[in-house]
Design a binder for this molecule. Structure first.
Ligand SMILES: *Cc1c(COP(=O)(O)O)cnc(C)c1O
Length: 402
């Protein structure tokens, strides 16, 4: 990847995505599940750029969406509507109505109240809602607490008993068709055992539903496969698939897997430019043009990202430095006390593993225009989102005196 050339052509801060890498990751995971029917439903929230979704859609991907906006993105990007799932703990009435009228594969339900609401809306508009229920298997996924979702203390899903009640309710309703079951225990998972346990618990529920004539066709195992940011020991896709398949004996289900980070995380780079260096007491700071509004994972989760300093200083002296952005928050840093060569203004800093939850979590805080995004495929670079302008930022605002 020629970051110098790309930075010169598109400016900084800049997101660069390796579309060949994305494709390889997709194929690898799809292959791992080849013993069964499967749908890989890309978790759009990880990186929601239309071209990224389209790239996966052309490979046959479905989409896991957590808002009607994401459903619309998936449809716009050409994803087959029967491969789109709508999840999320708090869907509004208008979102449910629109999802039903767009006839997507299924709505993933996260509470009894939501199920009743979906039945009511389906009745009103004369539809039968295909649904799955998100089961919270109460398994500790052993990941960062902010991205853990499969414990009862987390807000996601319903417990097994409630799920069973809900399936019976759905079966009786003329407006609900329970076709799927879902769990997603967390993100950045690096241990197989919690996934196997969760899958076994949920598969048992599918068996017990079968015994009362509720036939689940889609077994949705969520996303969460971890990636290497630093030295994590990882789950191999093949082992992951085997662990899940081993719990499904006797069940004729299509597996749905909803990877986000696994597909895009390590194929993305965030490129930022050095503005200045300064020293406060004994602290050295490298001040760059990117900031926490562009990539918040480091301040929000204390996430580690590999950082490359492309210094143009000859025989540059190396010393400890903090790499910080221009935003008015002490939390606005990309690295603290890392060894970095002396830099010149204009030198580039490349932050790795920025393809997932990078741009999609970015904001306009401090009235900063969001970065441009570029896709590189077969050596060809294409702009897939132009840099925002000041006019974009104020375009929704209304002068209260006019
Ligand atoms: C966030 C999310 C995913 C994707 O998680 P990754 O860790 O990026 O793979 C999949 N399914 C659901 C329901 C999610 O909320």
């Amino acid at each position: 990847m020629n970051f110098d050339k790309l930075a010169l052509k598109y400016g900084t801060p800049l997101y660069v995505y390796d579309f060949d890498y994305f494709k390889n990751r997709f194929k690898k995971l799809k292959k791992a599940f080849k013993a069964r029917k499967s749908i890989i439903a890309y978790a759009v929230k990880a990186n929601s750029n239309l071209s990224v979704i389209k790239h996966f859609s052309l490979l046959g991907s479905g989409a896991d969406c957590v808002s009607i906006g994401e459903v619309k993105r998936a449809l716009l990007a050409g994803v087959d509507k029967y491969k789109i799932i709508f999840s999320g703990v708090g869907k509004r009435d208008d979102e449910i109505k629109e999802a039903l009228s767009k006839d997507i594969l299924m709505i993933n339900v996260e509470s009894e109240a939501e199920l009743a609401k979906i039945a009511e809306i389906a009745k009103k508009i004369g539809k039968i809602a295909r649904i799955s229920i998100r089961v919270n298997p109460n398994i500790d996924p052993k990941t960062h607490p902010y991205i853990s979702t499969g414990l009862h203390e987390n807000k996601f899903g319903v417990d097994i008993e409630t799920a069973k009640k809900m399936y019976i309710f759905a079966k009786k309703s003329d407006f609900l068709n329970p076709i799927g079951i879902h769990f997603h225990i967390g993100s950045q998972l690096t241990q197989l055992e919690p996934i196997r346990e969760a899958s076994a618990i949920v598969a048992d529920l599918v068996r017990s539903l079968k015994s009362i004539n509720i036939d689940i066709k889609f077994f949705d195992v969520g996303g969460g496969l971890g990636i290497r940011y630093k030295e994590e020991k990882l789950i191999e896709p093949y082992d992951y698939a085997q662990a899940i398949l081993s719990t499904l004996s006797g069940l004729d289900v299509t597996i749905i897997c909803e990877p986000g980070r696994f597909l895009v995380g390590n194929g993305g780079y965030f490129i930022t430019k050095v503005l200045y260096e300064k020293v406060n007491g004994d602290k050295r700071f490298i001040i760059v043009d990117g900031a926490m509004n562009d990539l918040i994972r480091i301040s929000l989760y204390k996430a580690y990202h590999k950082i490359e300093v492309l210094s143009s200083v000859e025989n540059a002296e190396i010393s400890k430095a903090n790499i910080v952005g221009p935003v008015c928050e002490s939390g606005d840093f990309f690295a603290k006390n890392i060894k970095a060569p002396k830099t010149n203004p204009g030198d580039l800093i490349v932050i790795h593993s920025a393809g997932a939850y990078g741009f999609s979590m970015s904001s306009n805080y401090n009235t900063r225009e969001r970065a441009a995004e570029v896709a590189v495929e077969n050596g060809v670079d294409r702009l897939i989102r132009r840099r925002e302008t000041f006019e974009d930022l104020i375009s929704c605002e209304i002068d209260y005196l006019v």
